[in-house]
Design a protein around this ligand. Structure first.
Ligand code: FAD
Length: 361
């Protein structure tokens, strides 16, 4: 993506420094450094116990419940540890700790280097990749049939025939069965589709008339009473010099709030910001928010290692999902990526692999 960004000449922000952060307690006061240290210490101890003892069939919540350490914590310590489970695990993997595999939480690789924002939008990269291609929009694929003759793709607007197709449907759409396959997908692929989870991470951007927060701090954490409620904010002003805050909700709390109106979601977020910054902060001038579970062409944010019939998703599930069928159907998209699932680069590289598989034929 870095090479591509260079080629396009996409302007980049400075890399996020995740240590440049502040933690606010539930009542809005800054958590003192001893408490913060204790919170991270307990989280790390618990993470090590789970990593060493998790059984194949266990979700993260089950593995935590099975540990003696968890039961020795008082309710305040449990709340603090749950805060870190939300911000460092659920926000990263998009699944609820009640669904994520404890045994196989993370088998992905990572590149070195920091995370940057494209102040002028990620669309620059996709526009560049799309230029010169014959792309038909508003074609909702409903059925994909293949035989020794070739492939027929039926959409809401008609039929297309091809020698081979590359399918990059999101994992949520594959799970929903909205697109049917003739003949049906093989058992191994169906098992992979069930074990790989479709998670949720939603964003709420709030633009204010002026910043009322410390614009030198990048990450703003808040320890909520209710699990996962607006636990993490990004100070966007740090990167683009505009008075914008970005609030995240993942997994359970994101699912709960998706059904609310924009106004209700914003009021809930503002109640949290007022707890931290006081009653006199201004209302936002404008906002943008996502509801990925309710987007029929996403049905989730990105994939995670879940569990199906007691078996955790793994690299093998990603391989099964990526496996071509009869040299006719080829599969790409982030969920098929062995090394980099849940990322843009994973999705991109998986497309290059599918293209290579076809050109090799
Ligand atoms: C909140 C959030 C934050 C993220 N942060 C990062 C990050 O910091 N770094 C990172 O690398 N990645 C991040 N990701 C993940 C990254 O965005 C995805 O992994 C990547 O975009 C997936 O690309 P894809 O091509 O596999 O799927 P998509 O981009 O979802 O493409 C699938 C396409 O299929 C289309 N489609 C669906 N159903 C049909 C149908 N029936 N007929 C026709 N077309 C259909 C959809 O419209 C869509 O265009 C984040 C994702 C989210 C949601």
């Amino acid at each position: 993506m870095t090479d591509l960004a260079d080629e396009v000449g996409a302007v980049r922000s400075q890399a996020t420094n995740y240590d440049n952060s502040v933690v606010y307690d539930t009542n809005g006061t800054v958590l003192n450094s001893d408490s913060e240290e204790e919170m991270y210490g307990l989280f790390e101890q618990l993470a090590a116990i789970v990593e060493n003892n998790a059984e194949r069939h266990q979700t993260l919540a089950e593995a935590i419940q099975a540990s003696n350490l968890w039961h020795s914590l008082n309710s305040r310590q449990q709340q603090q540890v749950l805060h870190l489970i939300n911000t460092t695990i659920e926000h990263e993997f998009s699944g609820s700790y009640r669904e994520l595999s404890a045994y196989n939480l993370d088998d992905a690789e990572a590149y070195n280097g920091g995370d940057v924002i494209f102040p002028n939008g990620y669309g620059q990269l996709t526009d560049f990749l799309a230029s010169g291609l014959d792309i038909r929009l508003n074609q909702i694929v409903q059925k994909i049939s293949h035989s020794s003759e070739g492939v027929i793709v039926r959409s809401n607007q008609g039929e297309f025939s091809a020698d081979r197709v590359v399918i990059t449907l999101p994992i949520g759409v594959l799970k929903s069965g909205q697109v049917s396959f003739e003949p049906p997908l093989p058992q191994t692929k169906q098992q992979a589709i069930s074990a790989i989870g479709s998670g949720l991470l939603n964003k709420l951007f709030l633009r204010f008339p002026y910043p009322f927060w410390d614009t030198d701090t990048e990450i703003i954490n808040w320890i909520s009473q209710e699990h996962g409620r607006w636990n993490e904010w990004l100070n966007v002003a740090f990167y683009i010099d505009k008075p914008v805050l970005l609030g995240f909700n993942a997994a359970d709390y994101a699912i709960k709030t998706e059904g609310w109106s924009d106004e209700e979601i914003i009021e809930d977020a503002m109640a949290v910001l007022r707890t931290i910054y006081g009653r006199n902060i201004p209302q936002p001038e404008s906002w943008q928010l996502t509801r990925w579970n309710r987007d029929p062409y996403a049905l989730g944010a990105y994939s995670f290692n879940g569990i199906s019939d007691g078996i955790p998703a793994s690299i093998r599930s990603r391989q099964a999902l990526a496996q071509p069928i009869n040299q006719r159907l080829f599969f790409a998209g982030e969920a098929t990526s062995e090394d980099f699932p849940a990322t843009v680069h994973g999705a991109y590289i998986s497309g290059l692999i599918a293209a290579e598989q076809i050109s090799d034929l």
